[in-house]
Write a protein that binds this ligand. Structure first.
Ligand SMILES: NC(=O)c1ccc[n+]([C@@H]2O[C@H](COP(=O)([O-])OP(=O)(O)OC[C@H]3O[C@@H](n4cnc5c(N)ncnc54)[C@H](OP(=O)(O)O)[C@@H]3O)[C@@H](O)[C@H]2O)c1
Length: 276
């Protein structure tokens, strides 16, 4: 569990900020248990001022003696960062990486003695506490480590555990998904403007309609098609709109979008990591 544990963040960007905010907001830890390293002085000052956590430019200092290490750097620099960190991980911490597309096997390659490794794929709404994170664990890890990571990511939304091979599909759905929904909200708002609504009203209605509909699916636990059927009265307005969505192949298009993003994630994984 997280309480009382020393947590070292490497890379103090958006994701580290979101996770630290979630942990502190939920009372899961206190600032004196958190350390973060970042190369940028202005970033360190911001994180120190905002959260009261220890900040350093030295990655090794951020993780030395830590119970949990959270790697929040871009995947392109993670090889170098892991090489640098390896000698400072003598305390055998639980190591959690959020670097997109960076496999567990590659982490293991750099950290030969480390066994407690988790690869996680959060999404952008984590920055407002509404994220979804899929996590994959190295083999033979304790359920306590899994629950510790779950606590971390549930402080910024919900968390699920999947096999590592499914993380490409997670990327295609929840990783890229916010962008699909942004495009849908924009289009719904455009439709409202087309029908005569002021832009700001249209955008507000569109975004809350998406959030409200999602909330009903989550709260009522019904199949979305059942909820859709309930609001489509015979010969009414909604079925006319749905008819247009079917003509435009909305559902097939969204399925293909997830499929295409999943395939792209697989391709990127192959080209970037083929030399290991
Ligand atoms: N944001 C998301 O929604 C999201 C979702 C899924 C996965 N991720 C993953 O999360 C990781 C971080 O993403 P982010 O959005 O937080 O990006 P970010 O805001 O750019 O954060 C990365 C941070 O790491 C710092 N950094 C760069 N090189 C470093 C080094 N050698 N040692 C220590 N720190 C270093 C960067 O500093 P400088 O700015 O000075 O370079 C920056 O502050 C990425 O691997 C990304 O794939 C993010």
């Amino acid at each position: 569990m997280l309480t009382g544990r020393q947590i070292g963040f490497v890379g103090g960007g958006n994701m580290a900020e979101a996770l630290m905010a979630g942990l502190l907001r939920n009372g899961l830890t206190t600032p004196d248990r958190l350390a973060v390293s970042d190369p940028l002085a202005s970033r360190r000052e911001f994180l120190s001022r905002t959260f009261g956590v220890a900040v350093t430019a030295d990655n090794q200092a951020a993780v030395r003696g830590a119970d949990i290490v959270v790697l929040c750097v871009e995947p392109q620099v993670l090889d170098e960062v892991l090489r640098e960190l390896a000698p400072a991980l003598a305390s055998h911490p639980l190591i959690i990486s959020v670097a997109a597309g960076y496999p567990l096997s590659r982490m293991r390659h750099h950290l030969l003695t480390a066994t407690r490794l988790i690869r996680a794929m959060p999404n952008t709404p984590s920055t407002i506490g509404e994220g979804v994170t899929a996590m994959s664990l190295a083999l033979d890890m304790s359920s306590e480590d899994r629950e510790t990571a779950r606590q971390l990511f549930e402080s910024v939304g919900i968390a699920v555990v999947v096999e590592e091979r499914l993380l490409d599909a997670v990327t295609g759905l929840s990783g890229s998904g916010p962008a699909y929904v942004f495009a849908m909200i924009e289009a719904l708002a455009d439709g409202g403007v087309l029908a005569g609504l002021p832009r700001s009203t249209a955008q507000l209605l569109a975004a809350h309609t998406v959030a409200g509909a999602a909330g009903m699916v989550l709260e009522q636990g019904e199949h979305p098609a059942v909820l859709k059927d309930r609001v489509a009265s015979p010969g009414g307005t909604t079925i006319s709109g749905l008819n247009q969505l079917e003509r435009g192949k909305l559902r097939a298009t969204l399925m293909s979008a997830v499929e295409a993003a999943t395939q792209r994630s697989q391709e990127l994984g192959k080209t970037e990591h083929h030399h290991l």
